[in-house]
Design a protein around this ligand. Structure first.
Ligand code: CTP
Length: 414
């Protein structure tokens, strides 16, 4: 998950380096945004060295730049707002709080605050009189009313020589507030979620294989989301280019047979099974021991692989939820529903892969969540947001009577 640390210009700016480190210890990908004033206290280099990412402080390219470069930079920066999972501002000065409260977007940090929909946490730090001033208190109240999480300053000796309230809160308290904002739900605590991801590969010879276009992004997003919501996650993954999600048990496999073996080995402990992998339906009957040479026309004889999902369903124990995925290029709902009934899963997450810009290899997706009695369409969104929505639907399967049918749901008869 990505967290943006906003550093504004107070003497406590140096403490943001410790905060960055502490957040990284929770496997968070930390990016830093600084105000111009903050750069008077700490060099951006400190933060770029700690995070491995460029520090952003201006909406524009530094120095004289072509308009195109400025535009590209502005777009890149707005992208930063859309991709962060939380914005934490520490230290937040009186001026930063005032800008946030009044919607003034005159630098990158204040623009980011307005542009992001992620949770925002602010840790104010300033002189005691500035903190206690009615204007500052009113701004804090306004922000709290807009669901900004405030980590109040502590009391003590202040850099200005005075004693009182205004010291930046302890790093631990700020980290806790960030984690609480990210883990707003803990509704999978006590669950073991088994997820398959990626596309299995069936070798033709030592260098070639039959594969598919699955990137594994949806399965990995589900694994991260389930872990964040408190689940113990086992991720059985065919090859992908993705980084293993933190705190998940990751079991790498290549072929369908290996995936089957791993799934059956871990299936017993799982309370929820999500089969997001694109599994090869066929494998070559024979695999050449040496690299095949180009000769004339070539036919390859294939045999069907085991249907892991169907096998898991046939061995399920009471209370286990089993959810499959289906990628279809035509008649998606009809084929998807047929698959759901044929395989006996509790639900199928249906991808219509004929749509442009979503699905395979994209960071975005639009799916239909199919159960025996209805189809719920999710509009296009980031796979990581979709992962949470899919998990919500899966948990709702446990309480069918509490589930509302929304206006857009299509209800199946019989
Ligand atoms: N699946 C599986 N084992 C297979 C093939 C598919 O477990 N050998 C699972 C996938 O992980 C997915 C679901 O079954 O959750 C549907 O996969 P899909 O390839 O769409 O279904 P198929 O059964 O292969 O049907 P078809 O290719 O005919 O559409």
């Amino acid at each position: 998950m990505k967290v943006t640390v906003g550093v504004s210009g107070g003497i406590a700016a140096y403490k943001a380096a410790e905060l960055v480190r502490a957040l990284q210890q929770h496997a968070l990908d930390v990016h830093v945004v600084m105000t111009e004033a903050a750069k008077q206290f700490v060099q951006p280099l400190t933060f770029s060295a700690l995070t491995g990412h460029k520090v952003i402080s201006s909406l524009w390219v530094e120095g004289d730049a072509e308009p195109e470069a400025d535009l590209a930079s502005a777009i890149e920066h707005i992208d930063a707002a859309q991709t962060t999972d939380a914005l934490v501002v520490a230290p937040a000065t009186a001026s930063t709080l005032a800008k946030f409260a009044h919607g003034i977007a005159d630098d990158f940090l204040s623009t980011l605050y307005l542009a992001t929909t992620a949770p925002v946490i602010v840790a104010p730090s300033m002189n005691v009189n500035m903190w206690q001033h009615a204007a500052t208190q009113a701004n804090v109240e306004t922000l709290a009313g807009r669901h900004v999480r405030i980590v109040p300053p502590g009391s003590g000796y202040l850099a200005c020589g005075m004693t009182g309230e205004g010291r930046l809160a302890e790093t631990g308290a700020i980290v806790e507030a960030v984690l609480a904002s990210l883990n707003h739900r803990n509704d999978l605590s006590g669950e073991t979620v088994l997820i398959t991801a990626g596309g299995t590969r069936e070798a033709l010879d030592p260098v070639r294989f039959l594969g598919n276009r699955s990137s594994g992004k949806m399965g990995y997003a589900l694994a991260e989301a389930a872990e964040r919501r408190g689940a113990k996650v086992v991720l059985i993954t065919a090859p992908t280019a993705l980084r293993a999600p933190a705190r998940c048990e990751v079991v790498p496999v290549i072929t369908t047979a290996e995936m089957r073996h791993a799934v059956l080995g871990h299936f017993g402990d799982a309370s929820i099974v999500i089969k997001a992998a694109a599994v090869a339906d066929y494998r070559p009957v024979e695999q050449a021991e040496q690299k095949m040479k180009r000769t004339g026309p070539l036919s390859i004889q294939l045999e069907p692989t085991e249907d892991i999902l169907a096998e898991v369903v046939s061995r399920r124990r009471a209370g286990q939820l089993i959810v499959g995925f289906a990628a279809e290029t035509e008649n998606a709902v009809v084929y998807g529903r047929d698959k759901l009934l044929r395989k006996g899963a509790d639900a199928i997450v249906l991808n219509d892969v004929s749509r442009e810009g979503v699905g395979f290899d994209s960071d975005r997706n639009a799916v239909t969540f199919l159960t025996r009695d209805k189809a719920h369409d999710f509009p296009e969104m980031r796979k990581r947001d979709l992962a949470d929505r899919i998990l919500d639907e899966i948990l709702a399967l446990r309480r069918p009577h509490a589930k509302l049918v929304t206006e857009t749901d299509r209800v199946f008869e019989g």
